[in-house]
Every structure is written in structure tokens, then in C-alpha cells.
Write a protein that binds this ligand. Structure first.
Ligand SMILES: NC(=O)c1ccc[n+]([C@@H]2O[C@H](COP(=O)([O-])OP(=O)(O)OC[C@H]3O[C@@H](n4cnc5c(N)ncnc54)[C@H](O)[C@@H]3O)[C@@H](O)[C@H]2O)c1
Length: 342
């Protein structure tokens, strides 16, 4: 299939593109390059790419693709809280516009990177795709709105699928330090302390970036009559863990590290345990990476590639990186690229 992957220079896109290529797909990327040079280790091979802002994409640029995998977003809750208007602009309006134009261009399948954050503060019962949604942040609210608006476009020739990913972990050459496991392993390596800035009780479902990439690949070719307009939680029940359990896994992985649970009341009320049985039953999809294997992979990758504090805190932390690009005048006040990185 000829596939356009938006956000291909992000954390997940950088893992997904080689996996889609290996599965025989012909991939073109689309990205405005917020993190293009934020690489740990060997730089990835770049696919052909549309270097445009998602908000400016045209119908002509979308012609000839069989599928769009839509990852591009201001991706995570703190970022959305910082700039809610821009988050709604990019994550909601530009995403729906992309789907409308893709349909007009004759694209037949549209895979959307949604999130388990749509469940919000859901307690301890397992939430399935049919659970009531309680998005808390502009980021999560925008994901819910896109699912609803894009579902309304579905017909026999346009098949949208919504992949509600758990919080990702694992090595990607375009690393992220602002997701829980990657963050805690990084701090353990750099400081020797695994510091949990809460009481550690919130539930977080986790999933490896490679498993997310496989889920998308599965949905590209799954029968339309099964997946059209369907939401799928992407993850594994065994990886429904508390933040304290994640931290203990990191202590067990990084020699000499110690655990510090500060007990603060965090600003993030999200807590949810997720049911992943629909993807298993309908797609035969199973996420295979455990949290312990991911922690070990990250530990080895951080050591092998000489992770340092500056990169960890700045280049690999989305909020800091976007603040830096804005301070340098590389992004304008709407987070559009106005100049190149020197
Ligand atoms: N990483 C996770 O834990 C996780 C979990 C659930 C869902 N998701 C979703 O998966 C998708 C990818 O996540 P990620 O972790 O790779 O995010 P990321 O922030 O690492 O990458 C996003 C990419 O989108 C690009 N982008 C952002 N705004 C753009 C714009 N206006 N025009 C063009 N390109 C733009 C960025 O340059 C970046 O390369 C996102 O939609 C995210 O919400 C991620």
C-alpha cells in the first residue's frame, strides 16, 4: 500500500516507518520537523517527506495514497494545557480537515492515533472501548472530538479506524523523556534516583512503541467490514500498572538506583485500567512487550548511546523543546515554522 504517515519524525513515527516499510508498504512522511534533529544514537533513514504544517496540507498532496496514518499532534497532556487553543487547532481542527481532504483525494483508509487518556479518571474497573469517555485535558478532549467528527465521514470507500494507544514506552531514535517509563529509567541512569512526584497510586496502562506500530500495521490491512469506525485499545492487561509498580521495575533494572516516592498530590488526575480484549478478538493483535523488558531495553540503549542530562531534559522533552524553538524564533506564536534550525 502507498501510505502517508503524518508525524513520521516523532517518537512513534520513527519506530513505525521502518516497520511499515519492512511489511512491504511504500511510505511517505509528513512533518514540520519539531524534533527532526532530536536523535539519540544513529539517525534514522528518512522516507520521502512532505515538509509542511498539518494545518496547510492540500488535497493534491493527498492524492495517490491508499491510506493515511495520522500521528502528527501536539502530543501530550502538559503541552495541551500550555497552549489549549493551538492544541485544538492542530489536534482537532487540522486532523478533521486532513480526514475530509483525504476522503476527497480518494484515500480509502484513515488510521487515527487516539489515546487511552480519553478515559480520564476511570477508577479501578477495566474500561473497554464502549466505556463512557471522561477526557480531562485539551489534548484528550481533542482526541474524542476527532474520533466523533471523523467517524461521521465513514462510508464504503472511506474507512476510519481509531487506535486508542496506552502510554508508550521503549527506545526510539527520536526519544521522548516525558513519558513515564522512559523518564524514570532516564533519571535512574543520570541521577541514581527513581523519583515519583506523586503517591504512586495512579494506574497507567503502558505499551511499547513497537507494539503500537504493529497495531497500526494490522489495521492497515484488516478487513474493512471489521475495522470501519471501530475504536481499539492498544496495549496489554499485564501492563496495567501503578506508577509505584513502574518505579519499582526501574529500581530492579538499574543497578544501584534508589526509589523516592514524594507523596505529593500530583496535578494529573488520570487513572485508568484498560481492557484490550477487542483487538485480541477482532484483529488477533496482542501487545508482547512487558514493562520489565522495556525498562531493560531503555537502560541498555541509554548507556550504549551516552544519554546526557541536557538532551534528556531539553531535546527529548516536548514542552522544553517547543519552548526553545519558540524562543529562538524558529516557531511563531501559532507554533508554525518560520525559519530553519541553525
Ligand atoms: N507517545 C505516547 O505515549 C502516545 C500515547 C497515545 C497516543 N499517542 C498519539 O500518537 C501520536 C504520535 O505520538 P508521538 O509520541 O510520536 O508524538 P511526538 O510528539 O513525538 O511526535 C509528533 C510529531 O508530529 C509532528 N507535528 C506536530 N504538529 C505538527 C503540525 N502542525 N504539522 C506537521 N507536523 C506536526 C511533530 O513534529 C512530531 O514529529 C500522537 O497523535 C499522540 O497523541 C501517543
Amino acid at each position: 500500500m502507498k501510505v502517508l504517515v503524518t508525524g513520521h519524525q516523532g517518537y512513534l513515527g520513527t519506530v513505525m516507518v521502518p516497520l511499515l516499510n519492512a511489511a512491504g508498504h511504500d511510505v511517505v512522511g509528513l512533518d514540520n520537523g519539531y524534533f527532526a534533529d532530536c536523535v539519540l544514537g544513529i539517525a534514522p533513514t528518512e522516507p520521502p517527506c512532505l515538509a509542511v504544517d498539518l494545518r496547510d496540507v492540500t488535497v493534491d498532496q493527498l492524492r495517490g495514497f491508499d491510506a493515511v496514518v495520522h500521528l502528527a499532534a501536539l502530543s501530550n497532556d502538559p503541552l495541551g494545557a500550555l497552549a489549549p487553543d493551538i492544541t485544538y487547532d492542530v489536534n482537532h481542527h487540522a486532523s478533521v480537515r486532513l480526514a475530509v481532504l483525504a476522503k476527497e483525494a480518494g484515500v480509502r483508509r484513515f488510521l487515527y492515533a487516539s489515546t487511552c487518556s480519553v478515559y480520564g479518571a476511570a477508577g479501578t474497573d477495566l474500561v473497554s472501548e464502549d466505556a463512557e469517555l471522561h477526557p480531562i485535558t485539551p489534548y484528550a478532549i481533542s482526541k474524542v472530538r476527532v474520533e466523533a467528527d471523523v467517524a461521521a465521514l465513514a462510508d464504503a470507500d472511506f474507512v476510519p479506524v481509531f487506535l486508542r494507544n496506552a502510554t508508550a514506552f521503549g527506545f526510539s531514535p527520536r526519544l521522548r523523556a516525558d513519558i513515564v517509563l522512559n523518564n524514570l529509567v532516564g533519571h535512574a541512569v543520570l541521577t541514581g534516583v527513581v523519583r515519583v512526584m506523586s503517591d504512586g497510586t495512579p494506574w497507567r496502562p503502558l505499551v511499547h512503541a513497537q507494539d503500537i506500530a504493529r497495531a497500526f500495521e494490522t489495521c492497515l490491512t484488516a478487513p474493512a467490514e471489521i475495522v470501519s469506525c471501530r475504536a481499539y485499545n492498544v496495549g496489554a492487561e499485564d501492563n496495567n500498572v501503578t506508577v509505584a509498580e513502574i518505579a519499582q521495575t526501574v529500581v530492579d533494572t538499574v543497578p544501584g538506583s534508589t526509589l523516592l516516592i514524594t507523596g505529593e498530590t500530583g496535578s494529573d488526575p488520570r487513572s485508568y485500567r484498560v481492557d484490550f480484549s477487542r483487538a485480541r478478538a477482532e484483529l488477533d493483535f496482542e501487545a508482547t512487550w512487558s514493562v520489565a523488558d522495556g525498562a531493560a531495553e531503555l537502560y541498555e540503549a541509554y548507556l550504549a548511546n551516552g544519554l546526557n542530562s541536557n538532551d534528556f531534559d531539553e531535546s527529548f522533552t516536548r514542552l522544553k523543546r517547543l519552548e526553545w524553538l519558540t524562543a529562538q524564533g524558529i516557531l511563531d506564536e501559532t507554533m508554525r515554522r518560520v525559519s530553519a534550525i541553525a
